[in-house]
Write a protein that binds this ligand. Structure first.
Ligand code: GLY
Length: 270
């Protein structure tokens, strides 16, 4: 059985100074994930591991490096899905954990639920023994500076975050994700994000919504989305891509055609 792994760190115009760190981060996640996959690891373990590596990397908007919300807090979303039995787990607006993707996996495996949010998600993570931290441990200088600029009146940093004509250095950072196919023929997908610049406290984007940010079905394919969550949510982007695979489209065409669906909601993503 062939094995396969794809990882992403967003899909935007990357500012010049961030190109190298972004490429290095994606490469590290790909290599780390590939090693496990080649050694016979399960697709589920591999996507979790690759996304954890990306969450640790401050080049991306996930885990350490996450955007701050309008209250100056880091609230993160993540999800994971196993394509064999369509099992899934997700967390929304979770604070104070180092690896939201691993909490999402624990929700999948150790709770009767698919998604937990906010304080309930954090309480669950604590009880499940997840690695905890403070907002300060996840905060990087770049985000502190942006937060202060927005608070001091630079609203265009928020308004133009997803504007393709906007200055790339003011644009969005990457949500991260991975999809894998293991030797047993199982697929899995995982996605993690710190969300959008200055989002309202409690805002949940596409990333933890199964079918929007993440989807995997052994019969057809797996997908992980990145982009403006409010658009991706309304077209259920990853399920839409996998539906196209189910209908026989090649992966690239399936992705392109699903992305065309974003036009209807003036969405932007990849
Ligand atoms: N796609 C990430 C977000 O909008 O939160």
């Amino acid at each position: 059985m062939p094995i396969a792994l794809a990882v992403h760190g967003g899909a935007w115009n990357i500012p010049d100074e961030a190109v190298q760190p972004s490429q290095d981060g994606v490469r590290r996640a790909r290599e780390g994930g590939w090693r496990r996959l080649a050694e016979g690891g399960s697709a589920l373990d591999v996507v979790e591991h690759a996304v954890r590596l990306l969450e640790d990397d401050p080049a991306f908007d996930a885990g350490r490096g996450s955007r701050l919300n309008d209250q100056g807090m880091v609230e993160m979303d993540a999800s994971i899905m196993a394509g064999a039995g369509l099992e899934a787990g997700a967390v929304g607006a979770i604070r104070d954990v180092r690896h939201p993707v691993s909490v999402a996996r624990q929700v999948m495996e150790r709770s009767p639920h698919v998604m937990l949010v906010g304080d309930g998600a954090r309480d669950f993570a604590l009880a499940a023994g997840a690695e905890t931290c403070r907002t300060l441990d996840l905060l990087v200088g770049r985000e502190r500076e942006r937060y202060l600029r927005v608070r001091s009146g630079e609203r265009e940093l928020v308004e133009r975050e997803f504007d393709p004509e906007g200055l790339p250095e003011e644009g969005p950072l990457g949500t991260v994700g991975a999809v894998a196919l293991d030797r047993a023929g199982h697929l899995a997908a995982a996605t993690s994000t710190g969300g959008t610049q200055n989002k309202a406290a409690g805002r949940v984007g596409d990333t933890p919504i199964i079918g929007a940010g993440t989807y995997a079905d052994d019969r057809f394919g797996a997908a992980s989305a990145t982009g403006w969550g409010e658009g991706i949510l309304r077209v259920l982007l990853t399920k839409s891509a996998v539906d196209r695979l189910a209908a026989g489209a090649e992966p690239e065409l399936a992705a392109r055609s699903a992305l065309e669906g974003l036009d209807r909601v003036r969405g932007k993503g990849g």
